[in-house]
Structures are given as structure tokens and as C-alpha cells.
Design a protein around this ligand. Structure first.
Ligand code: RI2
Length: 307
């Protein structure tokens, strides 16, 4: 339970962040828990795994990678305790391995769409988007990047460090400069926290203004997303919840206290409608957003009754 609690806390406080990383952290925590769990019966095992799954899933509400990772890791059809334990451990291990493979594939597939000399804009800090950018660079393409600061938590700084370590020329811009620089950009590449059945993207707050500016300037808007970031629940009409984070991320609490007529909104994500998205770059290929439903049916393999 110690690792589960530690992981849950790190995900909640965003020491571990990024839709892919939180999914892997959850799978690792489940694996560790299943390995150490001392129980007498299968019923007890199932009960405890269910509790731990809930703890992990409830840490952050938006990134569907998290419940998907938990679901893939914990489902089993075994009728004996030890077989169930082995199955859960194997599922979680496989999820982690496949998540790494998915990133590699996205990098390779996406890099084919990058041309020598491209200027790319990215937002926040997405491993999947960075896999494409760095792969294209490693293949010898001369590219430059505009990286947004990504207020309020400034994940853009992580992106700068990552790109700088590869020697990729990168320009930091504030979020409000996105439209101003869009004319200099060839394509936009962002990650995903969730993709709905109708192809809409949920990603870091501000993503939709990159999409709008790219659309206006007729620039390519590409979304890098592993198949486990597609949301099965949206098929049956459940909306994706947008996480609302603390006001203290935006303004000093001492200052806010002195402003009795002021309130703060701090949504962590926004929606980008499918019509602003040119392509989804996934581990199973490049797809139009209209294929989101097919990805859920074919690759997540979940029937409606299971959701
Ligand atoms: P990868 C992040 O969310 C960003 O919104 C990023 O675009 C997305 O997860 C996907 O990241 P947060 O955890 O999985 O910073 O591609 O709120 O790394």
C-alpha cells in the first residue's frame, strides 16, 4: 500500500505529471501492490485491488490514460488467487512495456510528417509530441521549435530543457504570443490527455487557442496520442471532466485575500473540436479524428456493457 499511496500523492501534487507518465506510474503501483499483497482468498484480492484502483483513479479526473491503465492492468479472468495475482502483475508489466513501445512508434510515424527546415510550435510538455520532434531531429532534419510557457505551472520550461538537451533550437514564448508567431510556424504538434469518441481533444489549457490560430493561418495541427488516451466512456455520452485546480497556482493567496470582489478560475485543460485537428498520430498509425470511435472499439477492445 505504501507505493500506491506515494504514487497517488505524487500524481495528485503533479510531481508525476503528463498523461502518459501518470498512467505508467499507476500501472507500476498496481504491479507492486499485487506482488506484495498478503491475502487469503480471491474475493479479498479482488476487493483490495478495487480499492487501490479507486485511490489511483481519483487522483486526477481528466487524463483518461489513468483509468485506462488501471483497467488494463487489473482485469483478470482467473478463478484462483495466485493465478489472478500473476495475471495482474503480467498485465501491468505489459502495459508499461507497451506504453514505451507506443511512444517509440509515435515518434517514428510522426517524424515522417516533419520536413527538413520545419518550424514547429508545441504547447505544455508532452512526451508523445516530443518523441516526434526529437525523432525528426535525430533523423537529420533541421528543425526549430516555438515552445509556449504554459501557464500557470509552466510545463513549457520542461519542454525547453528536453529540447535543449538534444541541441534543438527552441524559442520560448508566452501563451498569449501564440497567434503572433503562428505565421512563422509550419505545423503545431501537441499531446493529449484524452480524445473523445467524436474526435475532440482534451489537452492542456490553451491548446484550443493554438488550434484556432493554426486553423486561421492554414497550418497543420497534429495531435500525438497513444491509443490508451482515447476515452471509451464518451461513447455512451459521459463527458470528460475538466480538472479545476487551485487558485494559488494563478495568484498569490495573500493578494487574493485582499481582493474580496475577485474570484479565480483555473481549469487545467480545454477542448479542441475535431474540425480543428488535421491528424491524430497514434501508435497504430496516422488517423483522422473521425476515426476515434474505431480506435476505441478496435484497439481498446471494450464493449459498451463493460464501460
Ligand atoms: P504526454 C499533460 O498534462 C499535458 O496536457 C500534455 O499535453 C499531456 O499531459 C500529455 O502528455 P499535465 O499532467 O502523455 O501536465 O504526451 O496536466 O507526456
Amino acid at each position: 500500500m505504501k507505493k500506491v499511496q506515494e504514487s497517488a500523492e505524487k500524481i495528485q501534487t503533479m510531481q508525476i505529471r503528463g498523461a502518459g507518465r501518470i498512467a505508467k506510474a499507476a500501472a507500476e503501483a498496481i504491479k507492486d501492490y499485487a506482488e506484495r499483497l498478503e491475502v487469503e482468498s480471491l474475493e479479498e484480492f479482488n476487493e483490495k485491488i478495487k480499492t487501490v484502483s479507486q485511490i489511483l483513479i481519483s487522483t486526477r479526473p481528466t487524463a483518461v490514460s489513468l483509468p485506462n491503465a488501471v483497467k488494463v492492468s487489473t482485469r483478470h479472468s482467473s478463478e484462483s488467487l495466485e493465478k489472478a495475482r500473476a495475471e495482474v502483475i503480467e498485465n501491468a508489466t505489459l502495459f508499461i512495456k507497451n506504453a514505451d513501445l507506443a511512444l517509440e512508434r509515435i515518434g517514428k510515424i510522426g517524424a515522417r510528417r516533419i520536413r527538413d527546415g520545419d518550424i514547429i510550435m508545441t504547447h505544455c510538455n508532452s512526451n508523445a509530441a516530443l518523441a516526434i520532434i526529437t525523432k525528426a531531429f535525430e533523423e537529420g532534419k533541421s528543425i526549430k521549435v516555438f515552445a509556449t510557457e504554459s501557464r500557470p505551472r509552466k510545463q513549457g520550461l520542461l519542454t525547453l530543457k528536453h529540447l535543449n538537451a538534444f541541441g534543438i533550437p527552441t524559442t520560448l514564448i508566452v501563451d498569449s504570443a501564440v497567434r503572433n508567431y503562428m505565421k512563422e510556424v509550419d505545423r503545431v504538434i501537441v499531446g493529449a490527455d484524452a480524445i473523445a469518441a467524436n474526435g475532440a481533444l482534451v489537452n492542456k489549457i490553451g491548446t484550443s487557442q493554438l488550434a484556432l490560430a493554426a486553423y486561421e493561418a492554414r497550418k497543420n495541427f497534429m495531435v500525438a496520442a497513444e491509443t490508451y488516451k482515447f476515452s471509451p466512456n464518451t461513447i455512451i455520452g459521459n463527458p470528460i471532466e475538466i480538472e479545476e485546480r487551485a487558485a494559488s497556482e494563478v495568484i498569490e493567496p495573500e493578494l487574493l485575500e485582499k481582493l474580496p470582489y475577485v474570484s479565480v478560475k483555473n481549469p487545467a485543460f480545454d477542448f479542441t473540436p475535431a474540425e480543428y485537428i488535421d491528424m491524430l498520430i497514434t501508435d497504430v498509425g496516422i488517423l483522422p479524428p473521425a476515426m476515434a470511435y474505431t480506435v476505441i472499439k478496435e484497439y481498446l477492445g471494450w464493449e459498451l456493457g463493460e464501460i
